[in-house]
Design a protein around this ligand. Structure first.
Ligand SMILES: C[S@@+](CC[C@H](N)C(=O)[O-])C[C@H]1O[C@@H](n2cnc3c(N)ncnc32)[C@H](O)[C@@H]1O
Length: 296
């Protein structure tokens, strides 16, 4: 008996699905994300408050959600300013079966002809206001097949990253199903972190992981990325963190060890991690130690 290519793909996905269900797969983010903390998460998690002390977990710069997937809080509020990203989370939570079917089809088509990347990119831009399951699938597919997992948009708000990977590892139904379970009690919000303030109360734990500042602001070029975060934004964030601190919350931030950050958080509890991050310094990149900054 010969098996068609699509028959082979369907059998492979069913096998993967049952294998990982039986062996209880480890959760991990469904995308790579600029500034994602996946490699540091084992160190970061040693600094978080116990689930029994925490009312709700807030992650207002959620990105790929590395800490959320590693931690064990009962009720979480995940938010990010990027509506396409939050749409992907919400469609995984509410409609992962349909999402998986579309992703399997995209992967099959991509493996036959990778120029399909540009067709899906065009559809993604045409439908950017239409946050449905198809758009979530386009977003996840593009992030997995693009250059370096970057999400960059131009001045008109169009996603313009070229194709990168020709052998992508698109998330399989088993991972999406496990993530869907994990997101079941989670509130998802596409908004600026500042607008989350009124929802936060006593004993909530807030993890703030903003886009990183450059080593030196003077040579910093404004980039048209959804991640742009200015010096003023970092000062506003430290005011926000100080207001939360007065609310009797647990507040934790991730930052690189630079003078600007040390000045902003001089009366906080600062922990140096055994990890380094490359950040822009004049025309080069510099390796800077990572910090965890907390109020407890
Ligand atoms: C460093 S990444 C977070 C990475 C995440 N902790 C992880 O492990 O993947 C920063 C995130 O902040 C988001 N962001 C940037 N400006 C924001 C704002 N004003 N309000 C909320 N989110 C913002 C970006 O879209 C990005 O997803």
């Amino acid at each position: 008996m010969t098996l068609s290519f699509s028959g082979y793909m369907i059998l492979k996905y069913i096998a993967d699905f049952y294998f990982t269900r039986v062996y209880n797969m480890k959760l991990k983010p469904f995308i790579r994300w600029a500034g994602g903390k996946q490699k540091l998460v084992k160190e970061i998690i040693q600094n978080i408050p116990a689930a029994s002390d925490v009312n709700r977990y807030f992650e207002p710069f959620v990105g790929a959600g590395s800490l959320f997937f590693e931690s064990n809080y009962e009720n979480s509020v995940l938010s990010d300013v990027n509506p396409q990203l939050i749409n992907a989370y919400s469609k995984i939570r509410d409609n992962f079966t349909r999402l998986s079917t579309i992703l399997i089809d995209y992967e099959r088509r991509f493996l036959l002809d990778n120029q399909i990347y540009y067709v899906i990119r065009q559809e993604f831009n045409q439908h950017k206001e239409n946050l449905d399951t198809n758009q979530a699938a386009r977003f996840i597919f593009l992030i997995h097949t693009n250059y370096n997992g970057m999400y960059r948009i131009n001045k008109s708000g169009d996603y313009n990253v070229p194709m990168g990977k020709t052998n992508p590892s698109i998330p399989k139904p088993d991972l999406l199903s496990a993530i869907s379970d994990k997101l079941a009690n989670t509130t998802l919000v596409a908004d600026n972190y500042l607008n989350m303030e009124n929802d936060i109360g006593v004993n909530d734990f807030i993890y703030l992981d903003p886009p990183y500042p450059p080593f030196d602001w003077s040579n910093h070029q404004r980039q048209y990325t959804v991640n742009h975060f200015s010096e003023r934004d970092h000062i506003d964030l430290s005011n926000f963190a100080n207001r939360l601190r007065n609310l009797d919350c647990f507040v934790m931030l991730s930052y690189p060890d630079i003078e600007f950050v040390r000045n902003q958080y001089e009366d906080w509890n600062i922990v140096e991690l055994n990890a380094f991050r490359s950040i822009s310094c004049k025309k080069e990149r510099k390796k800077i130690p990572e910090l965890i900054i907390k109020n407890y």
